[in-house]
Design a protein around this ligand. Structure first.
Ligand code: FAD
Ligand code: NAI
Length: 467
């Protein structure tokens, strides 16, 4: 039987990063993955394919809707080749997954393919094609991730009533895609198909889309997506989803409790994800789950069993690839006897629609709830020369700072390239910058980043320069 210092179950961004860091720290490491490719949800059916399709559909839409204003004329019709777009996406995915395999080999990590299940607290059975092998490990890291959640009354047939996984491989552009859930997946993939020509209707249970983000971002994003032709029903509770041939019929109660009926040919169910521990046999090791099915962990990501840790989507907190990665690094360093730390308040959240939405720290709603006295500085993207040059004038940046100390407490952005701009806010907050600190830093001109400086100026003494 092979023996390891550490065995990691699951090769998503949490698991593979944990394995690399363990190997870097001199531990003999194995990683167990049930699928034939490494990289988990993020690389195979999440971050990477969705961003590939967002980029491709953006190019297509620009060619149809915006080239002309730039003086670019295409003789003849711009045509969509969905098959080729999907092939490109698959090739991006396979290159990225191969990259993880390369990293495993480079770090001398044993990759074992098969479903891992606990035999006891130090032994894992790995089953593949009816055969089982067992390995022993002193420490075990559970990184088994998550799967799409569903509503109890919905029959996910995965043909017409689908999750994000199927939405990433459709063979045709829907005529009318009804999206249940106005969160990250619904809006990103809704925008992909809207750009490709589908009618898209989003049904959201709460009173605003992306409800966990600052409400200023929800308002602006909904306004912009409406302009792009996406329809919204917020405060609307779906009651039934029926399929009749190729037609999907959805019944829901709107905010006035009036029944509405929506008809489409595809329904994307994107109401969140659930932690995934199926087949793990956590009981055999005595590992406890919480009432939401997540593996219970303490502040050191340690389960109730002292040699077993858990990270990423399968534990509490945001279901984000970079959060899983930070936890992977942290666990490896803890096992090696170091004292790492994660500030969960500084994990940024991004929605990769266009305009992009990005945020870090506290929302205005949270500050109000916590009774923190704050001031606000806002700057509209349309006031930037850079935005006018590219034509990306939608959006704004909002900085919330402590009323007395001026320390930045939250930064909320919507606009071109804010997914990248948010890194400046994370750095500033990591070093506990004040709004004035940011306002005195030189930002290259013309860039979208100038809006960060301007919002900081607005937050300091209401002295933005360009509005
Ligand atoms: P996962 O990536 O889910 O990996 C878990 C792995 O464990 C899987 O490969 C699974 O097969 C394996 N596994 C499970 N059980 C076993 C077992 N018993 N034996 C062996 N292997 C097992 N996040 C972002 O930060 N940015 C984005 O842009 C983004 N886009 C997304 C788009 C979509 C459509 C989706 C669905 C998700 C997106 N996410 C994004 C979320 C991101 O994918 C997850 O937060 C991330 O993958 C979590 O990493 P993880 O390592 O915890 O788990
Ligand atoms: P989500 O939690 O972002 O959004 C789900 C939405 O569905 C919420 O707005 C919620 O109010 C709504 N909802 C819940 N029940 C409903 C109901 N019965 N009827 C109508 N609406 C309902 O979840 P989503 O979009 O499925 O994504 C899952 C996870 O994947 C998220 O936690 C996210 O962090 C991650 N992800 C991250 C991305 C990114 O970082 N860019 C991209 C895609 C996914």
């Amino acid at each position: 039987m092979s023996t390891y210092d550490v065995a990691v179950i699951g090769s998503g961004p949490g698991g593979y990063v944990a394995a690399i860091r363990c190997a870097q720290l001199g531990m003999k490491t194995a990683i167990i993955e049930k699928y034939s490719t490494l990289g988990g949800t993020c690389l195979n059916v999440g971050c990477i394919p969705s961003k590939a399709l967002l980029d491709s559909s953006h190019h297509y839409h620009d060619a149809i809707a915006h080239f002309e204003e730039h003086g670019i004329e295409i003789p003849g019709e711009v045509k969509l080749n969905l098959e080729k777009m999907m092939e490109r996406k698959s090739s991006v995915v396979s290159q990225t997954c191969d990259g993880v395999k390369f990293l495993m080999d480079k770090n001398k990590i044993d990759v074992i393919q098969g479903v891992g299940s606990f035999k006891d607290k130090t032994h894992i059975n790995i089953e593949k094609d009816g055969e089982t092998k067992t390995i022993e490990a002193k420490k075990i890291i559970i990184a088994t991730g998550s799967k799409p959640a569903n509503l109890p009354f919905i029959d996910l047939d995965k043909e017409r009533v689908i999750t994000s996984t199927e939405a990433l491989t459709l063979k045709e552009v829907p005529k009318h895609m009804i999206v249940i859930g106005g969160g990250v997946i619904g809006l990103e993939l809704g925008q992909v198909y809207r750009r490709l020509g589908a009618e898209v209707t989003v049904v959201e249970f709460l009173d605003r889309i992306i409800p966990t983000m600052d409400s200023a971002l929800s308002r602006e994003l909904q306004k912009v997506l409406k302009k792009q032709g996406i329809k919204f029903h917020v405060s609307t509770k779906v009651k039934s989803v029926e399929r009749n041939g190729d037609e999907i019929i959805i019944k829901a109660d709107d905010k006035k409790d009036k029944e509405i009926e929506l008809k489409g040919d595809y329904c994307l169910v994107s109401v969140g994800r659930r932690p995934y521990t199926d087949g793990l046999n956590a009981e055999a090791a005595g590992v406890e789950l919480d009432d939401k099915g997540r593996v219970k962990v303490n502040d050191h990501l340690q389960t109730n069993v002292d040699n077993i840790y858990a990270i990423g989507d399968v534990v509490r907190g945001a279901m984000l690839a970079h959060k899983a990665e930070e936890e992977g690094t942290m666990v490896a360093e803890l096992i090696a006897g170091q004292k790492p730390h994660i500030d969960y308040n500084l994990i940024p959240g991004v929605v990769y629609t266009w305009p992009e939405v990005a945020a870090v720290g506290k929302t205005e709603e949270q500050l109000k709830e916590e009774g923190v006295k704050y001031k606000e500085g806002k700057f509209p993207m349309r006031a930037l020369g850079r935005s006018r040059a590219s034509g990306d004038i939608d959006g704004l940046i909002k900085i919330l700072a402590d009323e007395k100390t001026d320390e930045v407490l939250g930064v909320h952005m919507i606009g071109a390239r804010t997914a990248d701009l948010i890194a400046e806010a994370v750095s500033a907050m990591e070093f506990r910058a004040s709004a004035e600190d940011i306002s005195r830093m030189s930002h290259a001109h013309p860039t979208y980043a100038e809006a960060v400086k301007e919002a900081a100026l607005a937050a300091t003494e209401n002295r933005p320069l360009h509005i």
